[in-house]
Design a protein around this ligand. Sequence first.
Ligand code: ADP
Ligand code: MG
Length: 467
Amino acid sequence: LWQACLDNLQRELPSQQYNMWVRPLQVQALNQDLILYAPNKFVLDWVRDKYVDRITELLKELAGDNSPNLKMEVGSKPVAPIANPKLELGNKPAVNQHASAPQQNHGGHAFNSQVANPAQIGQTPPSLRSNLRENYTFDNFVEGKSNQLARAAATQVADNPGTAFNPLFLYGSTGLGKTHLMHAVGNEIRQRNPDAKIVYMHSERFVQDMVKAIQTNSIEDWKRHYRSVDALLIDDIQFFAGKERSQEEFFHTFNALLEGNHQVILTSDRYPKEIDGVEERLKSRFGWGLTIIIEPPELETRVAILMKKAQESNFDLPHEVAFFIAKRLRSNVRDLEGALNRVIANANFTGKAVTIDFAKDALRDMLALQEKLVTIDNIQKTVAEYYKIKLADMSSKSRSRSVARPRQIAMALSKELTNHSLPEIGAAFGGRDHTTVLHACRKVVELREKNHDIKEDFSNLVRTLSS
Ligand code: ADP
Ligand code: MG
Protein backbone atom coordinates (compact mmCIF):
# COMPACT_ATOMS: atom_id res chain seq x y z
CA LEU A 1 0.00 0.00 0.00
CA TRP A 2 2.70 2.44 1.01
CA GLN A 3 4.65 1.60 -2.12
CA ALA A 4 1.60 2.38 -4.25
CA CYS A 5 1.18 5.62 -2.39
CA LEU A 6 4.84 6.46 -2.98
CA ASP A 7 4.51 5.72 -6.65
CA ASN A 8 1.68 8.19 -6.89
CA LEU A 9 3.56 10.84 -4.96
CA GLN A 10 6.60 10.37 -7.08
CA ARG A 11 4.49 10.97 -10.14
CA GLU A 12 2.82 14.03 -8.67
CA LEU A 13 5.69 15.83 -7.02
CA PRO A 14 8.71 17.46 -8.60
CA SER A 15 11.52 15.02 -8.13
CA GLN A 16 13.57 17.20 -5.86
CA GLN A 17 10.60 17.71 -3.55
CA TYR A 18 9.96 14.02 -3.53
CA ASN A 19 13.60 13.23 -2.86
CA MET A 20 13.97 15.83 -0.21
CA TRP A 21 10.83 15.20 1.82
CA VAL A 22 9.18 11.94 0.96
CA ARG A 23 12.05 9.62 0.25
CA PRO A 24 13.62 9.94 3.73
CA LEU A 25 10.43 8.75 5.41
CA GLN A 26 10.39 5.29 6.87
CA VAL A 27 7.18 3.49 7.33
CA GLN A 28 5.72 0.89 9.58
CA ALA A 29 2.28 -0.65 9.48
CA LEU A 30 0.80 -1.61 12.81
CA ASN A 31 -2.74 -2.92 12.96
CA GLN A 32 -4.85 -0.09 11.61
CA ASP A 33 -2.06 2.45 11.86
CA LEU A 34 0.52 3.48 9.38
CA ILE A 35 3.40 5.21 11.11
CA LEU A 36 5.70 7.45 9.17
CA TYR A 37 9.08 8.13 10.69
CA ALA A 38 10.73 11.38 9.78
CA PRO A 39 14.45 11.84 10.37
CA ASN A 40 13.94 15.08 12.28
CA LYS A 41 11.32 17.47 13.50
CA PHE A 42 11.82 19.83 10.64
CA VAL A 43 11.03 17.18 8.06
CA LEU A 44 8.14 16.00 10.17
CA ASP A 45 6.58 19.45 10.34
CA TRP A 46 7.16 20.04 6.70
CA VAL A 47 5.63 16.77 5.61
CA ARG A 48 2.72 17.25 7.94
CA ASP A 49 2.16 20.69 6.57
CA LYS A 50 2.56 20.00 2.90
CA TYR A 51 1.99 16.38 2.14
CA VAL A 52 -0.02 14.63 4.78
CA ASP A 53 -3.37 15.67 3.36
CA ARG A 54 -2.46 14.28 0.03
CA ILE A 55 -0.98 11.10 1.53
CA THR A 56 -4.15 10.56 3.53
CA GLU A 57 -6.20 11.11 0.42
CA LEU A 58 -4.09 8.65 -1.57
CA LEU A 59 -4.35 6.03 1.14
CA LYS A 60 -8.11 6.42 1.07
CA GLU A 61 -8.17 6.17 -2.68
CA LEU A 62 -5.97 3.12 -2.67
CA ALA A 63 -7.29 1.21 0.29
CA GLY A 64 -10.88 2.43 0.58
CA ASP A 65 -12.44 1.15 3.80
CA ASN A 66 -9.21 -0.37 4.90
CA SER A 67 -7.22 2.80 4.74
CA PRO A 68 -5.02 3.05 7.82
CA ASN A 69 -4.77 5.87 10.32
CA LEU A 70 -1.76 7.91 9.48
CA LYS A 71 0.63 8.90 12.24
CA MET A 72 3.93 10.64 12.21
CA GLU A 73 6.88 10.44 14.53
CA VAL A 74 10.42 11.63 14.64
CA GLY A 75 12.91 8.81 14.61
CA SER A 76 13.44 5.69 12.64
CA LYS A 77 11.49 2.54 12.24
CA PRO A 78 12.08 0.28 15.23
CA VAL A 79 13.76 -2.97 14.41
CA ALA A 80 11.80 -4.87 17.00
CA PRO A 81 7.99 -4.93 17.12
CA ILE A 82 6.51 -1.66 18.15
CA ALA A 83 5.44 -2.94 21.57
CA ASN A 84 9.11 -2.99 22.39
CA PRO A 85 9.93 -0.31 24.95
CA LYS A 86 12.73 0.80 22.67
CA LEU A 87 10.22 3.00 20.98
CA GLU A 88 9.84 5.04 24.10
CA LEU A 89 13.55 5.66 24.13
CA GLY A 90 13.47 8.98 22.42
CA ASN A 91 12.04 11.09 25.17
CA LYS A 92 12.25 14.30 23.23
CA PRO A 93 9.09 16.39 23.24
CA ALA A 94 8.77 16.00 19.50
CA VAL A 95 8.42 12.29 19.88
CA ASN A 96 5.88 12.47 22.63
CA GLN A 97 3.86 14.98 20.82
CA HIS A 98 3.38 12.64 17.92
CA ALA A 99 3.45 9.39 19.78
CA SER A 100 0.94 6.78 18.81
CA ALA A 101 -0.69 6.31 22.16
CA PRO A 102 -3.96 4.52 21.54
CA GLN A 103 -6.11 7.18 23.17
CA GLN A 104 -4.92 9.62 20.54
CA ASN A 105 -6.20 7.53 17.72
CA HIS A 106 -9.12 9.69 16.85
CA GLY A 107 -8.14 13.07 18.04
CA GLY A 108 -5.33 15.48 18.19
CA HIS A 109 -3.88 15.77 14.78
CA ALA A 110 -5.81 17.48 12.12
CA PHE A 111 -4.96 14.84 9.60
CA ASN A 112 -6.18 12.05 11.80
CA SER A 113 -9.68 13.35 11.95
CA GLN A 114 -9.98 12.95 8.21
CA VAL A 115 -9.83 9.22 8.45
CA ALA A 116 -11.76 9.07 11.67
CA ASN A 117 -14.87 7.59 10.23
CA PRO A 118 -14.16 4.89 7.72
CA ALA A 119 -17.77 3.74 7.84
CA GLN A 120 -18.91 6.96 6.28
CA ILE A 121 -16.39 6.67 3.51
CA GLY A 122 -17.41 3.09 2.94
CA GLN A 123 -20.83 4.13 1.76
CA THR A 124 -19.56 5.86 -1.31
CA PRO A 125 -18.16 3.63 -4.00
CA PRO A 126 -14.47 4.39 -4.21
CA SER A 127 -14.72 5.93 -7.63
CA LEU A 128 -17.25 8.50 -6.56
CA ARG A 129 -15.43 10.22 -3.79
CA SER A 130 -14.98 13.71 -5.01
CA ASN A 131 -11.20 13.64 -4.60
CA LEU A 132 -11.19 17.41 -4.66
CA ARG A 133 -8.08 19.02 -3.27
CA GLU A 134 -9.29 21.82 -1.11
CA ASN A 135 -6.09 23.79 -1.27
CA TYR A 136 -6.46 24.37 -5.01
CA THR A 137 -8.72 27.39 -5.19
CA PHE A 138 -9.21 30.46 -7.33
CA ASP A 139 -7.97 32.56 -4.44
CA ASN A 140 -4.52 31.09 -4.47
CA PHE A 141 -4.25 30.88 -8.24
CA VAL A 142 -2.13 33.79 -9.41
CA GLU A 143 -3.41 35.37 -12.56
CA GLY A 144 -1.20 36.51 -15.43
CA LYS A 145 -1.38 36.96 -19.14
CA SER A 146 -0.51 33.32 -19.72
CA ASN A 147 -3.42 31.89 -17.77
CA GLN A 148 -5.91 34.75 -17.83
CA LEU A 149 -8.25 33.24 -20.36
CA ALA A 150 -8.16 29.83 -18.76
CA ARG A 151 -8.87 31.33 -15.38
CA ALA A 152 -11.71 33.46 -16.70
CA ALA A 153 -13.28 30.48 -18.44
CA ALA A 154 -12.92 28.38 -15.31
CA THR A 155 -14.63 31.09 -13.27
CA GLN A 156 -17.47 31.20 -15.75
CA VAL A 157 -17.88 27.47 -15.50
CA ALA A 158 -17.89 27.63 -11.73
CA ASP A 159 -20.59 30.31 -11.92
CA ASN A 160 -22.75 28.45 -14.41
CA PRO A 161 -21.87 24.80 -14.30
CA GLY A 162 -23.24 22.82 -17.21
CA THR A 163 -24.29 25.84 -19.19
CA ALA A 164 -21.36 28.22 -19.66
CA PHE A 165 -18.89 26.08 -21.59
CA ASN A 166 -19.32 22.40 -21.79
CA PRO A 167 -16.92 20.71 -21.88
CA LEU A 168 -14.21 23.02 -20.71
CA PHE A 169 -10.97 21.72 -22.12
CA LEU A 170 -7.72 23.08 -20.66
CA TYR A 171 -4.44 22.18 -22.22
CA GLY A 172 -0.80 23.14 -21.86
CA SER A 173 2.45 21.60 -20.81
CA THR A 174 3.09 20.19 -17.42
CA GLY A 175 3.20 22.21 -14.22
CA LEU A 176 1.26 25.22 -15.47
CA GLY A 177 -1.81 24.94 -13.28
CA LYS A 178 -4.32 22.84 -15.21
CA THR A 179 -5.00 20.52 -12.32
CA HIS A 180 -5.12 23.44 -9.94
CA LEU A 181 -7.73 25.30 -11.97
CA MET A 182 -9.81 22.21 -12.43
CA HIS A 183 -10.01 21.65 -8.69
CA ALA A 184 -10.70 25.34 -8.17
CA VAL A 185 -13.83 25.01 -10.28
CA GLY A 186 -14.89 21.92 -8.35
CA ASN A 187 -14.29 23.58 -5.01
CA GLU A 188 -16.18 26.69 -6.03
CA ILE A 189 -19.19 24.73 -7.28
CA ARG A 190 -19.23 22.73 -4.11
CA GLN A 191 -18.93 25.76 -1.94
CA ARG A 192 -22.04 27.21 -3.47
CA ASN A 193 -23.87 23.96 -3.50
CA PRO A 194 -22.56 21.54 -0.89
CA ASP A 195 -24.80 18.81 -2.28
CA ALA A 196 -23.33 18.95 -5.75
CA LYS A 197 -21.77 15.67 -6.74
CA ILE A 198 -18.39 16.45 -8.15
CA VAL A 199 -15.90 13.85 -9.14
CA TYR A 200 -12.28 14.56 -9.92
CA MET A 201 -10.29 11.76 -11.43
CA HIS A 202 -7.02 11.27 -13.18
CA SER A 203 -7.62 9.52 -16.46
CA GLU A 204 -5.37 6.60 -15.53
CA ARG A 205 -7.45 6.10 -12.45
CA PHE A 206 -10.62 6.25 -14.51
CA VAL A 207 -9.29 3.45 -16.68
CA GLN A 208 -8.25 1.35 -13.67
CA ASP A 209 -11.65 1.81 -12.08
CA MET A 210 -13.41 0.77 -15.20
CA VAL A 211 -11.31 -2.35 -15.52
CA LYS A 212 -12.10 -3.20 -11.93
CA ALA A 213 -15.81 -2.65 -12.55
CA ILE A 214 -15.69 -5.01 -15.49
CA GLN A 215 -13.86 -7.64 -13.49
CA THR A 216 -16.35 -7.48 -10.66
CA ASN A 217 -19.36 -7.39 -12.93
CA SER A 218 -20.39 -4.00 -11.69
CA ILE A 219 -19.94 -2.04 -14.85
CA GLU A 220 -23.62 -1.10 -14.99
CA ASP A 221 -23.47 0.43 -11.53
CA TRP A 222 -20.28 2.11 -12.44
CA LYS A 223 -21.83 3.70 -15.52
CA ARG A 224 -24.89 4.81 -13.60
CA HIS A 225 -22.74 6.42 -10.97
CA TYR A 226 -20.73 8.36 -13.44
CA ARG A 227 -23.75 9.52 -15.30
CA SER A 228 -25.32 10.85 -12.15
CA VAL A 229 -22.61 13.32 -11.20
CA ASP A 230 -23.09 17.07 -11.51
CA ALA A 231 -19.56 17.69 -12.62
CA LEU A 232 -16.97 15.26 -13.90
CA LEU A 233 -13.35 16.40 -13.92
CA ILE A 234 -10.97 14.15 -15.82
CA ASP A 235 -7.33 15.10 -15.68
CA ASP A 236 -4.61 14.39 -18.25
CA ILE A 237 -6.82 12.66 -20.76
CA GLN A 238 -3.86 12.04 -23.03
CA PHE A 239 -3.50 8.85 -20.97
CA PHE A 240 -6.62 7.54 -22.66
CA ALA A 241 -4.43 6.95 -25.69
CA GLY A 242 -4.79 3.40 -26.90
CA LYS A 243 -7.35 2.45 -24.26
CA GLU A 244 -10.20 1.71 -26.61
CA ARG A 245 -12.72 0.24 -24.27
CA SER A 246 -12.26 3.11 -21.85
CA GLN A 247 -12.68 5.61 -24.63
CA GLU A 248 -15.88 3.92 -25.66
CA GLU A 249 -17.30 4.08 -22.14
CA PHE A 250 -16.08 7.56 -21.67
CA PHE A 251 -17.67 8.64 -24.92
CA HIS A 252 -21.08 7.46 -23.76
CA THR A 253 -20.69 8.89 -20.29
CA PHE A 254 -19.52 12.12 -21.76
CA ASN A 255 -22.51 12.37 -24.08
CA ALA A 256 -24.93 11.51 -21.33
CA LEU A 257 -23.47 14.20 -19.10
CA LEU A 258 -23.48 16.85 -21.80
CA GLU A 259 -27.05 16.06 -22.73
CA GLY A 260 -28.14 16.48 -19.14
CA ASN A 261 -26.21 19.74 -18.83
CA HIS A 262 -23.81 18.25 -16.35
CA GLN A 263 -20.44 19.92 -16.42
CA VAL A 264 -17.43 18.15 -17.85
CA ILE A 265 -13.90 19.52 -17.50
CA LEU A 266 -10.95 17.92 -19.19
CA THR A 267 -7.26 18.61 -19.28
CA SER A 268 -4.48 17.39 -21.47
CA ASP A 269 -0.88 18.24 -22.19
CA ARG A 270 -1.74 19.03 -25.80
CA TYR A 271 -4.42 20.33 -28.11
CA PRO A 272 -7.26 17.78 -28.46
CA LYS A 273 -6.68 17.09 -32.13
CA GLU A 274 -3.05 16.30 -31.44
CA ILE A 275 -3.68 13.52 -28.98
CA ASP A 276 -2.61 10.37 -30.73
CA GLY A 277 -4.40 7.14 -30.04
CA VAL A 278 -7.72 8.74 -29.21
CA GLU A 279 -10.70 8.25 -31.51
CA GLU A 280 -11.58 11.08 -33.83
CA ARG A 281 -15.19 11.32 -32.71
CA LEU A 282 -14.05 11.74 -29.15
CA LYS A 283 -11.47 14.35 -30.05
CA SER A 284 -13.94 16.33 -32.05
CA ARG A 285 -16.39 16.23 -29.19
CA PHE A 286 -13.76 17.56 -26.82
CA GLY A 287 -13.90 20.74 -28.84
CA TRP A 288 -17.65 21.29 -28.52
CA GLY A 289 -17.35 23.57 -25.56
CA LEU A 290 -14.35 25.77 -25.06
CA THR A 291 -10.73 24.78 -25.54
CA ILE A 292 -8.12 26.97 -23.91
CA ILE A 293 -4.37 26.84 -23.59
CA ILE A 294 -2.43 27.70 -20.46
CA GLU A 295 0.97 29.00 -21.35
CA PRO A 296 4.14 29.27 -19.34
CA PRO A 297 3.87 32.36 -17.14
CA GLU A 298 5.77 35.51 -18.01
CA LEU A 299 8.40 36.90 -15.72
CA GLU A 300 6.07 39.19 -13.73
CA THR A 301 3.65 36.36 -13.11
CA ARG A 302 6.44 34.06 -12.04
CA VAL A 303 7.57 36.65 -9.52
CA ALA A 304 4.00 37.12 -8.32
CA ILE A 305 3.57 33.37 -7.89
CA LEU A 306 6.75 33.12 -5.84
CA MET A 307 5.76 36.04 -3.65
CA LYS A 308 2.31 34.58 -3.10
CA LYS A 309 3.58 31.12 -2.26
CA ALA A 310 6.20 32.55 0.09
CA GLN A 311 3.52 34.55 1.82
CA GLU A 312 1.36 31.46 2.18
CA SER A 313 4.28 29.77 3.90
CA ASN A 314 4.82 32.81 6.10
CA PHE A 315 8.23 33.22 4.60
CA ASP A 316 9.76 36.61 4.11
CA LEU A 317 11.06 36.40 0.54
CA PRO A 318 12.95 39.49 -0.60
CA HIS A 319 11.62 40.71 -3.90
CA GLU A 320 15.00 40.65 -5.60
CA VAL A 321 15.44 37.01 -4.66
CA ALA A 322 12.03 36.18 -6.13
CA PHE A 323 13.08 38.02 -9.23
CA PHE A 324 16.36 36.16 -9.37
CA ILE A 325 14.63 32.79 -9.19
CA ALA A 326 11.86 33.75 -11.59
CA LYS A 327 14.33 35.02 -14.12
CA ARG A 328 16.04 31.66 -14.22
CA LEU A 329 13.25 29.12 -13.90
CA ARG A 330 10.97 29.88 -16.76
CA SER A 331 9.09 26.91 -17.95
CA ASN A 332 6.92 25.63 -15.19
CA VAL A 333 5.27 26.64 -11.95
CA ARG A 334 5.95 23.34 -10.28
CA ASP A 335 9.70 23.95 -10.60
CA LEU A 336 9.26 27.44 -9.23
CA GLU A 337 7.53 25.99 -6.21
CA GLY A 338 10.23 23.40 -5.85
CA ALA A 339 12.90 26.07 -5.91
CA LEU A 340 11.09 28.19 -3.38
CA ASN A 341 10.63 25.24 -1.05
CA ARG A 342 14.29 24.50 -1.32
CA VAL A 343 15.20 28.07 -0.43
CA ILE A 344 12.82 28.04 2.51
CA ALA A 345 14.14 24.74 3.75
CA ASN A 346 17.74 25.88 3.48
CA ALA A 347 16.98 29.13 5.20
CA ASN A 348 15.32 27.26 8.03
CA PHE A 349 18.13 24.77 8.34
CA THR A 350 20.93 27.29 8.29
CA GLY A 351 19.27 30.36 9.71
CA LYS A 352 21.10 32.47 7.13
CA ALA A 353 19.75 35.63 5.55
CA VAL A 354 17.99 35.09 2.24
CA THR A 355 20.03 36.91 -0.37
CA ILE A 356 20.58 36.32 -4.05
CA ASP A 357 23.87 34.59 -3.27
CA PHE A 358 22.11 32.41 -0.77
CA ALA A 359 19.50 31.40 -3.36
CA LYS A 360 22.19 30.83 -5.94
CA ASP A 361 23.88 28.46 -3.58
CA ALA A 362 20.73 26.65 -2.48
CA LEU A 363 19.59 26.15 -6.07
CA ARG A 364 22.98 25.48 -7.58
CA ASP A 365 22.11 22.23 -9.31
CA MET A 366 18.68 23.36 -10.55
CA LEU A 367 20.14 26.51 -12.02
CA ALA A 368 23.14 24.79 -13.58
CA LEU A 369 20.75 22.57 -15.46
CA GLN A 370 18.84 25.52 -16.82
CA GLU A 371 21.85 27.58 -17.81
CA LYS A 372 23.38 24.66 -19.59
CA LEU A 373 20.28 23.94 -21.56
CA VAL A 374 19.44 27.31 -22.95
CA THR A 375 22.25 28.90 -24.87
CA ILE A 376 22.04 31.15 -27.89
CA ASP A 377 23.68 28.38 -29.86
CA ASN A 378 21.05 25.95 -28.83
CA ILE A 379 18.30 28.42 -29.65
CA GLN A 380 19.70 29.06 -33.12
CA LYS A 381 19.95 25.36 -33.86
CA THR A 382 16.50 24.57 -32.56
CA VAL A 383 14.84 27.42 -34.41
CA ALA A 384 16.67 26.63 -37.67
CA GLU A 385 15.59 23.03 -37.39
CA TYR A 386 12.02 23.99 -36.54
CA TYR A 387 11.67 26.22 -39.59
CA LYS A 388 13.83 24.00 -41.77
CA ILE A 389 16.33 26.71 -42.65
CA LYS A 390 20.10 26.61 -42.60
CA LEU A 391 21.87 27.35 -39.34
CA ALA A 392 24.14 29.74 -41.25
CA ASP A 393 21.10 31.89 -42.01
CA MET A 394 20.90 32.86 -38.37
CA SER A 395 23.96 35.02 -39.00
CA SER A 396 23.59 35.69 -42.72
CA LYS A 397 22.64 39.00 -44.27
CA SER A 398 19.65 37.55 -46.08
CA ARG A 399 16.48 39.59 -45.63
CA SER A 400 14.08 37.19 -47.28
CA ARG A 401 11.03 36.69 -45.10
CA SER A 402 11.47 32.92 -44.85
CA VAL A 403 14.80 33.47 -43.15
CA ALA A 404 14.41 36.85 -41.47
CA ARG A 405 11.31 35.85 -39.50
CA PRO A 406 12.85 32.76 -37.88
CA ARG A 407 15.95 34.81 -37.14
CA GLN A 408 13.86 37.42 -35.34
CA ILE A 409 12.13 34.73 -33.38
CA ALA A 410 15.48 33.26 -32.39
CA MET A 411 16.65 36.67 -31.22
CA ALA A 412 13.51 37.18 -29.18
CA LEU A 413 13.93 33.74 -27.64
CA SER A 414 17.52 34.56 -26.78
CA LYS A 415 16.37 37.66 -24.97
CA GLU A 416 13.64 35.78 -23.18
CA LEU A 417 15.46 32.60 -22.28
CA THR A 418 19.06 33.56 -21.64
CA ASN A 419 20.68 36.24 -19.58
CA HIS A 420 22.63 37.71 -22.47
CA SER A 421 22.42 41.41 -23.16
CA LEU A 422 21.09 42.86 -26.43
CA PRO A 423 24.60 43.64 -27.79
CA GLU A 424 25.74 40.10 -26.95
CA ILE A 425 22.75 38.64 -28.74
CA GLY A 426 23.36 40.89 -31.73
CA ALA A 427 26.95 39.73 -31.88
CA ALA A 428 25.89 36.10 -31.88
CA PHE A 429 23.59 36.75 -34.84
CA GLY A 430 26.28 37.72 -37.34
CA GLY A 431 27.38 40.89 -35.60
CA ARG A 432 24.08 42.73 -35.69
CA ASP A 433 23.46 45.95 -33.81
CA HIS A 434 21.62 45.86 -30.46
CA THR A 435 18.82 47.99 -31.93
CA THR A 436 18.19 45.28 -34.49
CA VAL A 437 17.72 42.81 -31.66
CA LEU A 438 15.41 45.17 -29.83
CA HIS A 439 13.38 45.66 -32.97
CA ALA A 440 13.15 41.88 -33.43
CA CYS A 441 11.93 41.42 -29.86
CA ARG A 442 9.20 44.03 -30.29
CA LYS A 443 8.20 42.64 -33.64
CA VAL A 444 7.85 39.15 -32.23
CA VAL A 445 5.69 40.36 -29.34
CA GLU A 446 3.43 42.04 -31.88
CA LEU A 447 3.32 39.00 -34.16
CA ARG A 448 2.50 36.67 -31.30
CA GLU A 449 -0.52 38.77 -30.51
CA LYS A 450 -1.76 39.01 -34.07
CA ASN A 451 -0.78 35.74 -35.64
CA HIS A 452 -1.95 32.49 -34.20
CA ASP A 453 0.66 30.36 -35.99
CA ILE A 454 3.53 32.42 -34.70
CA LYS A 455 2.08 32.33 -31.24
CA GLU A 456 1.96 28.53 -31.41
CA ASP A 457 5.45 28.34 -32.88
CA PHE A 458 6.81 30.49 -30.13
CA SER A 459 5.18 28.41 -27.39
CA ASN A 460 6.41 25.22 -28.99
CA LEU A 461 9.92 26.55 -29.17
CA VAL A 462 9.91 27.78 -25.58
CA ARG A 463 8.65 24.41 -24.51
CA THR A 464 11.26 22.50 -26.47
CA LEU A 465 14.05 24.72 -25.26
CA SER A 466 13.13 24.79 -21.63
CA SER A 467 12.12 21.22 -21.00
P1 ADP B 1 -0.53 20.90 -14.34
O1 ADP B 1 -1.76 20.16 -13.94
O2 ADP B 1 -0.75 21.86 -15.45
O3 ADP B 1 0.64 20.00 -14.60
P2 ADP B 1 -0.65 21.84 -11.62
O4 ADP B 1 -2.03 22.35 -11.59
O5 ADP B 1 -0.39 20.53 -10.97
O6 ADP B 1 -0.09 21.80 -13.11
O7 ADP B 1 0.32 22.95 -11.02
C1 ADP B 1 1.62 22.67 -10.53
C2 ADP B 1 1.83 23.44 -9.25
O8 ADP B 1 1.93 24.81 -9.54
C3 ADP B 1 0.69 23.29 -8.28
O9 ADP B 1 1.19 23.22 -6.99
C4 ADP B 1 -0.13 24.55 -8.46
O10 ADP B 1 -0.79 24.94 -7.29
C5 ADP B 1 0.94 25.55 -8.85
N1 ADP B 1 0.45 26.59 -9.75
C6 ADP B 1 0.36 26.52 -11.11
N2 ADP B 1 -0.09 27.67 -11.63
C7 ADP B 1 -0.29 28.49 -10.57
C8 ADP B 1 -0.75 29.85 -10.46
N3 ADP B 1 -1.09 30.57 -11.54
N4 ADP B 1 -0.84 30.37 -9.23
C9 ADP B 1 -0.48 29.66 -8.15
N5 ADP B 1 -0.05 28.39 -8.18
C10 ADP B 1 0.06 27.80 -9.39
MG1 MG C 1 -1.98 18.15 -13.79
